[in-house]
Design a protein around this ligand. Structure first.
Ligand SMILES: [Mg+2]
Length: 220
Protein backbone atom coordinates (compact mmCIF):
# COMPACT_ATOMS: atom_id res chain seq x y z
CA UNK A 1 0.00 0.00 0.00
CA UNK A 2 1.19 3.53 -0.69
CA UNK A 3 2.05 6.22 1.83
CA UNK A 4 0.29 9.48 2.63
CA UNK A 5 2.86 12.08 3.68
CA UNK A 6 1.56 15.11 5.52
CA UNK A 7 2.82 18.45 6.79
CA UNK A 8 2.27 19.37 10.46
CA UNK A 9 2.00 23.17 10.86
CA UNK A 10 -1.18 24.61 9.39
CA UNK A 11 -2.04 21.30 7.74
CA UNK A 12 -2.58 18.75 10.54
CA UNK A 13 -2.37 21.37 13.29
CA UNK A 14 -3.88 24.84 13.43
CA UNK A 15 -0.63 26.60 14.29
CA UNK A 16 -1.85 29.99 13.07
CA UNK A 17 -4.93 29.78 15.29
CA UNK A 18 -2.82 28.74 18.28
CA UNK A 19 -0.35 31.61 17.80
CA UNK A 20 -3.18 34.10 17.46
CA UNK A 21 -4.87 32.79 20.62
CA UNK A 22 -1.57 33.06 22.51
CA UNK A 23 -1.03 36.62 21.22
CA UNK A 24 -4.49 37.68 22.43
CA UNK A 25 -3.73 36.26 25.88
CA UNK A 26 -0.26 37.76 26.00
CA UNK A 27 -1.52 41.25 25.16
CA UNK A 28 -4.19 40.93 27.86
CA UNK A 29 -1.64 39.70 30.41
CA UNK A 30 0.58 42.73 29.74
CA UNK A 31 -2.35 45.12 29.73
CA UNK A 32 -1.21 46.09 26.24
CA UNK A 33 -3.34 47.59 23.47
CA UNK A 34 -5.40 44.73 21.93
CA UNK A 35 -5.13 46.43 18.54
CA UNK A 36 -1.48 45.29 18.46
CA UNK A 37 -2.76 41.81 17.62
CA UNK A 38 -2.49 42.15 13.84
CA UNK A 39 1.11 43.36 14.12
CA UNK A 40 1.92 40.43 16.44
CA UNK A 41 0.47 38.03 13.88
CA UNK A 42 2.54 39.70 11.14
CA UNK A 43 5.67 39.37 13.30
CA UNK A 44 5.14 35.61 13.40
CA UNK A 45 5.43 35.36 9.59
CA UNK A 46 3.14 32.32 9.73
CA UNK A 47 5.97 30.53 11.53
CA UNK A 48 8.10 30.44 8.38
CA UNK A 49 10.61 33.25 8.92
CA UNK A 50 13.79 33.50 10.94
CA UNK A 51 12.90 33.26 14.63
CA UNK A 52 15.29 36.10 15.47
CA UNK A 53 13.31 38.42 13.16
CA UNK A 54 10.11 37.51 15.01
CA UNK A 55 11.81 38.10 18.36
CA UNK A 56 13.13 41.49 17.19
CA UNK A 57 9.71 42.56 15.91
CA UNK A 58 7.93 41.46 19.09
CA UNK A 59 10.52 43.18 21.25
CA UNK A 60 9.99 46.47 19.43
CA UNK A 61 6.24 46.12 19.16
CA UNK A 62 5.65 45.23 22.82
CA UNK A 63 8.50 47.33 24.19
CA UNK A 64 9.99 44.28 25.91
CA UNK A 65 12.85 44.61 28.37
CA UNK A 66 16.06 42.59 27.81
CA UNK A 67 14.93 39.68 29.99
CA UNK A 68 11.46 39.58 28.44
CA UNK A 69 12.98 39.72 24.97
CA UNK A 70 15.24 36.82 25.80
CA UNK A 71 12.29 34.75 26.98
CA UNK A 72 9.73 35.67 24.32
CA UNK A 73 10.64 32.84 21.93
CA UNK A 74 10.15 30.24 24.66
CA UNK A 75 6.94 31.99 25.74
CA UNK A 76 5.34 31.90 22.34
CA UNK A 77 6.54 28.41 21.56
CA UNK A 78 5.00 27.12 24.78
CA UNK A 79 1.91 29.24 24.17
CA UNK A 80 1.38 27.68 20.75
CA UNK A 81 1.74 24.12 22.05
CA UNK A 82 -0.71 24.77 24.90
CA UNK A 83 -3.36 26.13 22.53
CA UNK A 84 -2.76 23.83 19.56
CA UNK A 85 -5.70 21.97 18.03
CA UNK A 86 -5.98 19.53 15.16
CA UNK A 87 -7.45 20.99 12.00
CA UNK A 88 -11.13 20.21 11.61
CA UNK A 89 -11.59 16.86 9.86
CA UNK A 90 -7.92 15.84 9.99
CA UNK A 91 -8.34 13.02 12.52
CA UNK A 92 -11.21 11.45 10.59
CA UNK A 93 -9.30 11.67 7.32
CA UNK A 94 -6.16 10.04 8.78
CA UNK A 95 -8.28 7.31 10.32
CA UNK A 96 -9.98 6.58 6.99
CA UNK A 97 -6.69 6.60 5.06
CA UNK A 98 -4.94 4.30 7.55
CA UNK A 99 -8.04 2.16 7.83
CA UNK A 100 -7.71 1.45 4.10
CA UNK A 101 -4.19 0.13 4.72
CA UNK A 102 -2.15 3.20 3.82
CA UNK A 103 0.76 4.35 5.90
CA UNK A 104 0.84 7.94 7.14
CA UNK A 105 4.08 9.85 7.81
CA UNK A 106 4.43 13.46 9.01
CA UNK A 107 7.12 15.53 7.25
CA UNK A 108 7.69 18.81 9.08
CA UNK A 109 10.17 21.68 9.03
CA UNK A 110 11.04 23.02 12.46
CA UNK A 111 12.82 22.58 15.75
CA UNK A 112 12.85 19.03 17.08
CA UNK A 113 11.73 19.91 20.61
CA UNK A 114 8.88 22.15 19.43
CA UNK A 115 7.56 19.80 16.73
CA UNK A 116 7.78 16.82 19.10
CA UNK A 117 5.83 18.77 21.72
CA UNK A 118 3.11 19.49 19.14
CA UNK A 119 2.94 15.82 18.10
CA UNK A 120 2.57 14.82 21.76
CA UNK A 121 0.00 17.51 22.52
CA UNK A 122 -2.20 16.32 19.63
CA UNK A 123 -1.66 12.59 20.33
CA UNK A 124 -0.53 12.20 16.74
CA UNK A 125 1.64 9.18 17.56
CA UNK A 126 -1.60 7.19 17.70
CA UNK A 127 -2.75 8.49 14.30
CA UNK A 128 0.37 8.12 12.12
CA UNK A 129 3.14 5.61 11.40
CA UNK A 130 5.98 8.03 12.10
CA UNK A 131 7.48 11.42 11.39
CA UNK A 132 10.54 13.28 10.22
CA UNK A 133 11.49 16.68 11.69
CA UNK A 134 13.88 18.82 9.68
CA UNK A 135 16.16 19.83 12.55
CA UNK A 136 16.70 16.21 13.55
CA UNK A 137 17.08 15.10 9.93
CA UNK A 138 19.53 17.88 9.13
CA UNK A 139 17.60 18.66 5.95
CA UNK A 140 14.40 20.63 5.27
CA UNK A 141 11.51 20.56 2.80
CA UNK A 142 11.55 20.99 -0.16
CA UNK A 143 14.89 19.13 -0.32
CA UNK A 144 14.13 15.67 -1.76
CA UNK A 145 16.33 14.09 0.90
CA UNK A 146 13.81 14.78 3.68
CA UNK A 147 11.12 12.89 1.74
CA UNK A 148 13.52 9.96 1.32
CA UNK A 149 14.09 10.02 5.09
CA UNK A 150 10.34 9.99 5.59
CA UNK A 151 9.98 7.00 3.27
CA UNK A 152 12.68 5.21 5.22
CA UNK A 153 10.55 5.61 8.38
CA UNK A 154 8.10 3.10 6.90
CA UNK A 155 10.77 1.15 5.06
CA UNK A 156 9.42 1.82 1.57
CA UNK A 157 10.79 3.79 -1.36
CA UNK A 158 8.76 6.78 -2.54
CA UNK A 159 6.25 5.66 -5.15
CA UNK A 160 4.16 7.46 -7.75
CA UNK A 161 1.00 6.33 -5.90
CA UNK A 162 2.10 8.27 -2.79
CA UNK A 163 0.63 11.63 -1.85
CA UNK A 164 2.02 14.61 0.04
CA UNK A 165 -0.39 17.09 1.61
CA UNK A 166 0.57 20.50 2.94
CA UNK A 167 -0.20 24.21 2.95
CA UNK A 168 3.08 25.41 1.42
CA UNK A 169 3.34 25.72 -2.37
CA UNK A 170 7.10 25.52 -2.16
CA UNK A 171 7.94 23.17 0.71
CA UNK A 172 5.07 20.74 0.29
CA UNK A 173 3.75 20.88 -3.28
CA UNK A 174 7.01 21.58 -5.17
CA UNK A 175 8.81 19.26 -2.74
CA UNK A 176 6.41 16.42 -3.55
CA UNK A 177 6.68 17.03 -7.27
CA UNK A 178 10.47 16.88 -7.14
CA UNK A 179 10.33 13.31 -5.80
CA UNK A 180 7.54 12.19 -8.12
CA UNK A 181 4.65 12.24 -5.66
CA UNK A 182 1.17 13.62 -6.13
CA UNK A 183 0.27 16.60 -3.97
CA UNK A 184 -2.66 18.08 -2.12
CA UNK A 185 -2.46 21.76 -1.30
CA UNK A 186 -4.50 23.02 1.64
CA UNK A 187 -5.46 26.50 0.45
CA UNK A 188 -6.30 28.13 3.82
CA UNK A 189 -8.38 30.49 1.68
CA UNK A 190 -5.42 31.67 -0.41
CA UNK A 191 -5.15 31.72 -4.21
CA UNK A 192 -2.43 29.55 -5.74
CA UNK A 193 0.71 31.74 -6.03
CA UNK A 194 1.96 32.80 -9.44
CA UNK A 195 4.89 30.75 -10.64
CA UNK A 196 5.05 27.19 -9.33
CA UNK A 197 3.30 24.32 -11.09
CA UNK A 198 -0.08 23.59 -9.57
CA UNK A 199 -0.73 20.76 -7.11
CA UNK A 200 -2.54 17.59 -8.15
CA UNK A 201 -5.43 18.69 -5.96
CA UNK A 202 -6.25 21.85 -4.00
CA UNK A 203 -8.66 21.64 -1.06
CA UNK A 204 -10.13 24.22 1.32
CA UNK A 205 -10.72 21.71 4.11
CA UNK A 206 -9.84 18.14 5.09
CA UNK A 207 -13.34 16.95 4.26
CA UNK A 208 -12.63 15.69 0.75
CA UNK A 209 -9.06 14.45 1.32
CA UNK A 210 -9.62 10.81 2.31
CA UNK A 211 -12.10 10.18 -0.51
CA UNK A 212 -9.75 11.72 -3.09
CA UNK A 213 -6.70 9.81 -1.87
CA UNK A 214 -8.48 6.48 -1.57
CA UNK A 215 -10.10 6.86 -5.00
CA UNK A 216 -6.61 6.90 -6.51
CA UNK A 217 -5.84 3.54 -4.89
CA UNK A 218 -8.77 1.94 -6.69
CA UNK A 219 -8.01 3.76 -9.95
CA UNK A 220 -4.31 2.97 -9.74
MG1 LIG B 1 2.75 24.01 6.90
Amino acid sequence: MPTFYVDLDNTLADRAGAYRAWAVDYLAERGADPSLLDAMVAADRDGLGRKQDTVDDLTRLLDLGPEESEQILDRFRAGIVERLQLMEGAADALSAIRGAGWRVVIVTNGATSQQTAKIERLHLADMVDGWVISEAAGVSKPDPEIFRRAAAVVGEPIGTDDWMMGDSAESDVAGARAVGMRSIWLTRGRPWPAGPEEPTLAVDTWDEVAAAVLATTIAG
